[in-house]
Design a protein around this ligand. Structure first.
Ligand code: NAD
Length: 502
């Protein structure tokens, strides 16, 4: 095994090239399927934060002035390069996050969707024009860039989550400083290199690696105009409160506990497949994972049988070996997730499948925890109330549709939810009644396509502007209304009254 001293250090990316850190602080980066430290990552200090923001500020002035046509050309080029080379990025993601290669490719494709949306920025930025609103006066509106915007992302989607924001921010004329998760930082550097190849001017896309110190530096920096954050709820709340207190525009997406309501008339095969895919895909490390199945009786027993029979066929192991599910991101996270199985037992739930018994197709030192199914979870248990963020699927049995909806609506989070039923009326009512930001009808992971906007309600999001789609364009631009009159000799004279339209 390589010793810590000889490991490469993932640098920052400032001014269009790698920027080796001088802070002297680093963190370990693991290969979760091997269970070993494979790299270290730089943790920025004040001087590096300032260098990153200063470079972005300088670049934003010219980039924002460039014609839309020229900016679009870079976006198109980036899209082509990403599409052609996404396999390389998927391998990087799998080696640091652990998710299986096909899943890594899936997240890149969803990020690419946002790049494609941003390729239409000339259309999205079109303003409005009203002629002759008053005699001889026309009004038009325009959307202009903010300057430097910070994107702070979580470990679970090292490509897709940053891509919810940076393509739109850049296409709209801003410069982006991305602070990736310190657990899997290499994807961001790969993306920065791709931008350079696509012809993006130096400084328009910056990667600042780091931990809380880097985040705090960005949240309070006078030259950062806006912050897009994605991560756990306590940090999202902190980011929102700190950055807004420093005068910034903020969208802070937090954690989740997503429920899937299953009515007795649901198609059991479709529902069981969906529960498996949404519960255990990416080892449950998805903010849109289903973590609670709310079974409206008498469906629970048959559904559990259908789910357990499918669980038996899942291959858990190294994401490079064609397995269905990989390891968790770190040993500490794996142990925390596994500890909820003990909590379930203490709280009187039935552990039907215990993921600690897993026999992985991978190195013994990897951070393994198999898919876990727990029935009759009391809603007072921490297994029900807390975000676990691992392959643990809880079953809660309810007597009616109404009881299920009431339960879901009472939860602290409001990111995603789904209903499984063949009753169109019930599905329609669910869409209307449920207090959650993203809803699936026979769709377990209802992540909206890039032309719509992504974001939850309640403790799953702080700030009122969601990610991508029209809301993303709005977030990364400021609206200006211009009222103009080209002087007509008949209009003139002094009038100190408030302007009125005539
Ligand atoms: P996290 O909150 O630990 O970290 C997110 C980011 O915040 C990272 O860049 C990290 O460096 C930084 N950070 C961590 N601690 C900090 C602190 N004390 N002060 C300032 N910054 C800090 O989240 P994670 O573990 O990387 O990601 C998993 C979480 O993200 C889950 O809760 C998941 O639900 C959530 N998530 C939400 C969405 C969404 O769209 N709502 C999407 C993906 C992930």
């Amino acid at each position: 095994m390589t010793t810590t001293e000889t490991l490469t250090v993932v640098p920052h990316w400032i001014d269009g090239s790698e920027y080796p850190s001088t802070s002297g602080r680093t963190a370990d980066v693991y290969d979760p399927a091997l269970g070993v430290v494979t790299k270290r990552v730089a943790l920025a200090d004040r001087a590096e934060i300032d260098a990153a923001v200063a470079s972005a500020k300088k670049a934003s002035a010219n980039w924002g002035e460039l014609s839309l046509a020229k900016r679009q050309a870079v976006l198109f080029s980036f899209r082509e390069l990403l599409n052609a080379r996404k396999g390389e990025l998927a391998e990087i993601i799998t080696s640091e996050h652990g998710k299986v290669l096909s899943d890594a490719l899936g997240e890149i494709s969803r990020g690419q969707e946002v790049v494609e949306f941003a390729c239409g920025m000339a259309d999205h930025l079109k303003g409005e024009y009203s002629e002759q609103v008053s005699t001889g006066i026309d009004v038009y509106s325009t959307r202009q860039p903010l300057g430097v915007v910070a994107v702070i992302s979580p470990f679970n989607f090292p490509a897709m989550v940053p891509a919810w924001f940076f393509p739109i921010a850049i296409a709209a004329g801003n410069a982006v400083v991305l602070k990736p998760s310190e657990k899997d930082p290499s994807a961001a550097i790969w993306i920065a290199e791709l931008w350079r190849e696509a012809g993006l001017p130096d400084g328009v896309f910056t990667v600042l690696n780091g931990d809380k110190e880097a985040v705090d530096g960005l949240l309070t920096h006078p030259d950062v105009a806006a912050v897009s954050f994605v991560g756990s709820t306590p940090i999202a709340r902190y980011v929102y409160e700190t950055a807004t207190a420093h005068g910034k525009r903020v969208q802070a997406l937090g954690g989740a506990k997503n429920h899937m309501l299953v009515l007795p008339d649901a198609d059991l095969d479709l529902t069981a497949d969906a529960a498996i895919n949404a519960g255990f895909g990416s080892a449950g490390e998805r903010c849109m994972a289903i973590s609670v199945v709310v079974a409206v009786e008498p469906v629970a027993d048959a559904l559990i049988e259908a789910i357990t029979s499918r669980m038996a066929g899942l291959r858990i192991g190294d994401g490079r070996r064609g397995c269905d599910m990989g390891p968790l991101v770190t040993q500490a996270h794996r142990d925390k997730v596994a500890s909820y199985i003990d909590v379930a037992v203490e709280d009187g739930a039935d552990v039907i499948v215990d993921g600690r018994d897993v026999n992985p197709d991978g190195d013994a030192a990897g951070f393994w925890l198999g898919p876990t199914l727990i029935d009759r979870v009391p809603t007072s248990s921490r297994v029900y109330t807390e975000e676990i963020f691992g392959p643990v699927l809880a079953i809660v049995r309810v007597a009616s549709y109404e009881e299920g909806v009431e339960l879901i609506n009472a939860g602290a989070f409001g990111n995603g939810t789904a209903i499984f039923t063949n009753d169109g009326g019930a599905a329609r009512r669910f869409g209307k009644d449920i207090r959650v930001g993203m809803v699936g009808i026979n769709v377990p992971i209802p992540v909206p396509v890039a032309t719509f906007s992504f974001g939850g309600w309640k403790d799953s999001m702080f700030g009122d502007t969601k990610a991508h789609g029209a809301e993303g364009v709005k977030f990364f631009t400021q609206l200006k209304a211009i009222t103009s009159r080209w002087l007509d000799p008949s209009h003139g004279g002094i009038n100190l009254g408030f302007p009125q339209n005539d």
